[in-house]
Design a protein around this ligand. Structure first.
Ligand code: SAM
Length: 183
């Protein structure tokens, strides 16, 4: 047994206020090892930004918009997956992460505006990344890093631009089909 699939559910996105932060939730989800983000709502700006990054930088990350948060959560649980809701009110991360690491399929829920009370009941774990208010972007990054124990930082993304780590300059390898060498 081991982790198989991590999907992020972004709740309560408000297009007029949350464009950048929801895009950043998606970027962190992709870069830190999740496979997909489900968005309860639709925002062409978020879709365009995340699809553009996924196309240029490779890997298989996808965004699905306009989902029913409750429908997806219930379906996930019915298919045997576990649900982790990130909230400053929950159990503190260090106290529960070892239990969560035993799961195979995890849906990680992050809010924007006030999260419906029902989510707290549906979640298998309500988890705080420290019991202080901060940001969904920070909470997700720290949670995924603890979940994968840092291994996600060494992951390769197939089929896109590649950065060659360099202590000073910038070095990027371009796939053969890529005409635009600006980055
Ligand atoms: N007022 C909202 C509520 O009552 O749920 C919280 C808004 S907060 C800016 C947006 C999201 O950031 C939360 O839904 C939660 O997912 C995440 N978040 C903020 N601080 C957190 C913390 N300390 N631990 C875990 N998640 C946190």
């Amino acid at each position: 047994m081991g982790l198989v699939r991590v999907v992020i559910l972004r709740l309560g996105h408000r297009p007029e206020r949350d464009k950048r932060i929801t895009t950043h939730v998606g970027l962190v989800a992709r870069a830190f090892g999740a496979e997909e983000m489900l968005l309860s709502g639709r925002d062409p700006h978020v879709e365009e930004s995340l699809n553009d990054v996924a196309n240029r930088w490779g890997g298989n990350f996808s965004l699905t918009s306009d989902v029913s948060w409750k429908g997806e959560t219930v379906r996930w649980k019915e298919s045997g997956g576990k649900v982790v809701h990130l909230t400053m009110y929950g159990s503190n991360l260090p106290d529960v992460i070892s239990e969560i690491q035993n799961c195979e399929n995890i849906l990680v829920v992050v809010g924007a505006e006030k999260v419906p009370a029902e989510m707290y009941d549906l979640a298998d774990w309500n988890v705080a990344v420290g019991n202080q208010p901060h940001s969904e972007v920070a909470a997700l990054a720290v949670f995924l890093d603890r979940l994968f124990q840092g291994r996600e930082l060494c992951r390769e993304f197939e089929g896109g631009l590649k950065i060659v780590p360099n202590p000073r300059g910038k070095q990027v390898l371009y796939p053969e089909y890529c005409n635009n060498k600006e980055e």
